[in-house]
Design a protein around this ligand. Structure first.
Ligand code: PLP
Length: 423
């Protein structure tokens, strides 16, 4: 017999933790650039009976019986993804962004092959060749960075490195960079050396869906992404590609790097693609960028240095050394969380500090925009950040600031009608 009691009745410890994090989520201003709050519909689909279904393979080609419904679901999710991004092919099975990237490499590269990607300490991602990640162990990554003065990706350097090392794949995409990528230039460099162009759009795919950031799909051979960042879907990954690469990519996801798909997550991805195709979502995506611009502008007006001088997307890096040479990113992020603003520390380009300390904090606006904040609140939040950091050694000032932050956060709870789960 299936136990139909709620988690509350079955497991008080986990129920308490769910409640505790609900309270945390509802009581802070959330500025972690990769986080968001999903809708009740996404949450429901993600917690649906599809979690019970095993379906290795793809629609029409399964290794198990009883897959008729799951086939319809996966087709629906794929069709919606293709329509949303104008892609010829979509694979919606990757369990995460890292899995999507691993499958993408596995589809086209042999161990030892070269990839040209962005430096990890200047905005690239762990899965772009870090020595502690499988990508770094299996493939030879060559790294390009940003120009020291402009802090923009140096396309001359990308081209020079491409011609010198002739990688099999050129990789564009970032986890901490605030400007538009020059897809056309990346494409022409890849063409010049007969390489594949992969764009890792994990961070900004949600802006692309809402028309608030240029779409890489027309330029790239393949685009990998997550569904849980600005896109506001369930935790998961996605690969979009040209039809000519469909077979190789599907094979690399399953059976190459994964087992059966997680179809409750695929159901929730389908819901998120539908939500992301609405006019309301377009407004949301535009507001994310407006909020990021408003925050960056206010911080710069407060005399705080924003890396690259501003933002074109949903995030930016703030250099703590412009407040105090001694202040580290880690100290700043900890202090801000203590007063009710959650973000993360990060290295800035040419950072003398180690990645686990960093000289910067990364600020992102997808979650606070879902909380309902607009430019005035973005401006206010940026002001509060600057004030908190300046008064970091003044407990009574911090106490006053915390109260103001709590009040602002309380006016914009993520889930005003209560948590959409089961507790
Ligand atoms: C977040 C991110 C990933 C990894 O996504 P996970 O779901 O955490 O595995 C990969 N690439 C980039 C650029 C990212 O920002």
């Amino acid at each position: 017999m299936i136990d139909s009691r709620s988690v509350e009745d079955v497991d008080a410890q986990v129920a308490d933790l769910i409640r505790a994090d609900t309270a945390r989520q509802n009581s802070h201003i959330h500025l972690i650039a990769s986080e968001n709050f999903v809708s009740r519909a996404v949450m429901q689909a993600s917690g649906s009976v599809f979690t019970n279904k095993y379906a290795e393979g793809y629609p029409g080609r399964r290794y198990y019986e009883g897959c008729g419904v799951v086939d319809q679901l996966e087709d629906l999710a794929r069709d919606r993804a293709k329509a949303l991004f104008g892609a010829e092919h979509a694979n919606v099975q990757p369990h995460s962004g890292a899995q999507a990237n691993l499958a993408a490499y596995f589809a086209f590269l042999e161990p030892g092959d070269r990839v040209l990607g962005m430096r990890l300490d200047q905005g690239g991602h762990l899965t772009h060749g870090s020595p502690v990640n499988a990508s770094g162990e299996l493939y030879e990554f060559i790294a390009y960075g940003v120009d020291q003065d402009s802090e923009l990706i140096d396309m001359d350097e990308v081209r020079r490195l491409a011609l010198e090392h002739r990688p099999k794949m050129v990789l564009a995409g970032y986890t901490a960079y605030s400007r538009v990528l020059d897809y056309e230039a990346f494409r022409s460099i890849a063409d010049e050396i007969d390489a594949l162009l992969m764009v890792d759009a994990a961070h900004f795919i949600g802006l692309v869906a809402g028309g608030a950031y240029p779409n890489p799909v027309p330029y790239a051979d393949l685009v990998t992404a997550t569904t849980h960042k600005a896109l506001r879907g369930p935790r998961g990954g996605l690969i979009l590609s040209r039809e000519e690469h469909a077979k190789a990519i599907d094979k690399a996801v399953f059976p190459g790097t994964q087992g059966g798909g997680i179809f409750s997550q695929v159901a929730a991805k389908a819901v998120c693609f539908l939500e992301a195709s609405t006019p309301e979502y377009r407004d949301y995506a535009g507001q994310i960028v407006e909020n990021a611009r408003a925050m960056a502008a206010r911080l710069m007006a407060e005399g705080v240095r924003v890396v690259g001088g501003g933002t074109d997307n949903h995030m930016f890096l703030v250099d703590m050394r412009s407040i105090d040479e001694e202040l580290t990113g880690k100290q700043a992020a900890k202090l801000l969380d203590a007063v009710g603003i959650t973000c993360n520390f990060n290295t800035v380009p040419f950072d003398p500090r180690k990645p686990f300390v960093g000289s910067g904090i990364r600020i992102g606006t997808p979650a606070m925009t879902t909380q309902g904040m607009k430019e005035p609140e973005a401006d206010e939040t940026a002001g509060l950040i600057a004030e908190a950091l300046r008064h970091r050694e003044d407990p009574s000032a911090l106490e006053g600031l915390e109260q103001r932050i709590r009040k602002l956060a309380d006016s914009f709870p993520a889930y005003p009608e209560g948590f959409p789960g089961h507790v």
